[in-house]
Design a protein around this ligand. Sequence first.
Ligand code: NDP
Length: 240
Amino acid sequence: MSKPLIVITGASSGIGAATAQVFAAAGHPLLLLARRLEPMLELQLPNALCCAVDIRDAEAMNRALEAAGAQYGPVDCLVNNAGVMLNAPFIEGDPQQWSEMIDINLKGALNGMRIVARDMANRQSGSIINIGSIAGRKTFDNHAVYCGTKFALHAITETVRQELAGSKVRLITIAPGMVETELVNHTTHEASREGWRSYAGQIGGALSAQSIAQAILWSYQMPQSVCVREMVICPTGQEP
Ligand code: NDP
């Protein structure tokens, strides 16, 4: 393969699936990770290894990356995209759901970063693109723990960026606003879920996952000497 390997987590739907499509169209071999295998296979992308992996399982993730590396060479870019948003007013929150958000959005992303960062630093090349959120920059009612995971992810990404700048490794935060995906469907608190949908309707709709995927690809395709540190991308009509 003339183009290097890209790893995308959460590639079974939404932003991750759209990102897989744009990187495949750009000619990259891919490793796609998510818990559901079928939707990744249904994308029918060329040179794409699809693995059913829960990113909370660092060992399983490591095995999948090693197998992909053996086939396609070193990972040039990891897109840490997998995430969940389980909103509710704090006093009605379910600690089980809090743990899920912390373990997937934060520790899952750390698992991926840990696997690739040392090798990228040794090679003096590579990019880690973490999908944060507008909720990693400002707070929203009913989003306390989700905001916490995204604020933390932004802080970790920026800190690691500083640490790896001398090794020529890029750390990029992409922070979307409202995007039309499956994300909000998993919120079990009905008023939070319906509030999201109703506001998206009021502003003429959320962004498409393709718009975010294009921004991810653009930030990656800038020369390795250019680091797009952070991009915040929202529907024009989104007020907060
Ligand atoms: P989706 O729900 O459509 O996609 C989430 C993806 O994450 C799925 O592919 C899901 O796959 C995967 N995933 C969830 N948990 C795990 C896990 N434990 N292990 C592996 N994969 C997992 O939502 P989006 O595309 O919207 O979300 C992608 C990212 O974008 C998230 O980090 C989200 O926080 C962020 N974001 C989204 C916004 C929006 O408005 N949609 C706004 C700002 C940020 P599976 O269930 O098969 O494991």
